[in-house]
Design a protein around this ligand. Sequence first.
Ligand SMILES: [Zn+2]
Length: 136
Amino acid sequence: MRFRDRIARFMYGRRGTDELSRFLLIVTIVLIVLSWVTGEVIGSLCWAAAILALGYCYFRILSRNIYKREKENGWYLRKKRAVAQWFRSLKDRWQQRKEYKFFRCPSCKTLLRVPRGKGKLILTCCKCGNRFERKT
Ligand SMILES: [Zn+2]
């Protein structure tokens, strides 16, 4: 039996790699590099964290509980999407900063966009209907 066939047989019914395990591998590499460049105490903490991350990564890849690993990966993808959305929003606000001013609703924290240079305005939140005054 060829090596490749043996690996394929070993991996049968197992989860294999996914987005979360790839992310864990990147985290492991970053932690190893950090353990080289930081001091002795922080370096050994980074090393220990790298070992844990790598162990968890392999546990996930070799796991036969596909349903649970799928749920973990789904959770990771949702968090990743939320972070990407936050950065996109930050970029949009930066690009529109000369024409618009942004405010958070004091009660529901929804972000409101208002044209600049209109003086004092009473803003009405589009989500909860709360009214508050701001200088544009
Ligand atoms: Zn609101």
